[in-house]
Design a protein around this ligand. Structure first.
Ligand code: ADP
Ligand code: MG
Length: 393
């Protein structure tokens, strides 16, 4: 999966349509509360500017049904301009005459931001005529929106067939880390999985079993595996429909010679709420009226030992209800073990990435994927349409 990047083509003087992911969180006043996604594509835009390209940026924001004033990209243009230290022109549409004229006026090194591409339903339908209109204002297409690469939309996939299409730096980095971890990992290769539901992660577990040396399971989904082993799990999260599957997956792991590590102790509470009195119990002594909300310290110790011996670690899914600080210790323990391991460490998944940042380990992990759903599909071994459509090297 070696894709051409903006370094592989000549962009000087060209009009470059760049699909970015500016789907940033906004507060009730429409102010940007977290600009991580804007910062993430600055290197690509900066490079295009330095090369004398004419950058035309296109993104979605939220889930509008038709034109929605509160989901216009003007605040994003202002923030990007501040971050990059240059003017960013903004138009109120993403196709049509006004856009074509603004694109034609661009000088080398200029930046233009188009309006929210999801104001048109044709975007998500991957409508060819709509894609043609997007393509008509540019000479080259760059995809730097890894977070939407698992969706075949007009601005992520359709347009890539109509112009020479390459990846930006963010996309390149995502493909490099996630791709290499899965195709040629340095071993031992350990994967840590958690989060809420087994059902959400079946594809990931199935895809990883033939590839990893060890699979460490925590979080809510561990309880379905514990239950499948015949343990009583009290009121803990149970994916009753996935019990048989959990058994199958453990049998598969055993056949593949994969060490399948489940929690040996857990933190339990009577009510899942901040300040709740908690206790730590072995997994075969979970009280009937309690919920398991985190992995316990003995589990953290064991998981940490496995992680310490790894050369590659891929992590998806928090080890507990990390949103409540008292139940974030297991997640923090794993983050700490990863940061101290000296291994190539990769975190994928929206909540996992948020947890790692929130706990202060953001700069101690080799690569935190910016794409929640996209990174999960990558770990499931699925081809991402937005990536597939780019030119091969
Ligand atoms: P990601 O977004 O990284 O793929 P998920 O969405 O699968 O992760 O899981 C994150 C959610 O799992 C969090 O909201 C967290 O509170 C929840 N979770 C983790 N452990 C438990 C648990 N023991 N019981 C209930 N929910 C849990
Ligand atoms: Mg999630």
């Amino acid at each position: 999966m070696d894709k051409k990047t903006i370094r592989d083509i000549d962009v000087a003087g060209k009009r470059v349509l760049v699909r970015v992911d500016f789907n940033v969180p906004l507060d009730s006043e429409g102010r940007i509360t977290d600009d991580t996604r804007i910062r993430a594509v600055v290197p690509t835009i900066q490079y295009l500017v330095e090369q004398g390209a004419r950058a035309i940026l296109v993104s979605h924001l939220g889930r509008p049904k038709g034109v929605t004033d509160s989901l216009r990209l003007d605040p994003v243009a202002a923030r990007l301009s501040k971050l990059i230290g240059r003017p960013v022109a903004k138009v109120n549409d993403c196709i049509g005459d006004e856009v074509a004229e603004a694109a034609a006026r661009l000088q080398n090194g200029d930046i233009l931001l188009l309006e929210n591409v999801r104001f048109y339903k044709e975007e998500e339908k991957n409508d060819l005529e709509f894609a043609k209109k997007l393509a008509s204002i540019a000479d080259v297409y760059v995809n730097d929106a890894f977070g939407t690469a698992h969706r075949a939309h007009a601005s992520t996939e359709g347009v890539a067939h109509l112009l020479p299409a390459v990846s930006g730096f963010l996309m390149e980095k995502e493909i490099e880390y996630l791709g290499k971890a899965l195709s040629s990992p340095e071993r031992p290769f350990v994967s840590v999985l958690g989060g809420a539901k087994v059902a959400d992660k079946i594809g990931v577990i199935e895809n990883l079993i033939p590839q990893v040396n060890s699979l460490l399971i925590g979080g809510g989904m561990a309880f379905t595996f514990l239950k499948a082993q015949g343990k009583e799990i009290g009121k803990s999260l149970l994916d009753a429909d996935s019990l048989n599957l959990a058994k199958d997956l453990m049998a598969k792991a055993a056949r593949a010679g994969v060490a399948f590590e489940l929690p040996v102790d857990v933190v339990v509470v009577a009510e899942v709420e901040p300040g709740a009195a908690s206790q730590t119990v072995p997994v075969d002594a979970i009280p009937a009226d309690q919920y398991g909300v985190d992995i316990g310290p003995e589990t953290v110790k064991r998981f940490s030992e496995t992680i310490a011996g790894a050369k590659t670690v891929v992590w998806n899914g928090p080890m507990g209800v990390f949103e409540i600080v008292d139940f974030a210790r297991g997640t923090e323990g794993v983050a700490h073990a990863m940061s101290a391991s000296g291994a190539i460490t990769i975190v994928g998944g929206g909540d996992s990435a948020a947890a790692v940042e929130q706990l202060g380990y953001g700069d101690k992990i080799t690569h935190i994927s910016t794409g929640g759903g996209a990174s999960l599909e990558f770990l499931e071994g699925k081809a991402l349409p937005g990536v597939v459509a780019l030119l091969d090297r």
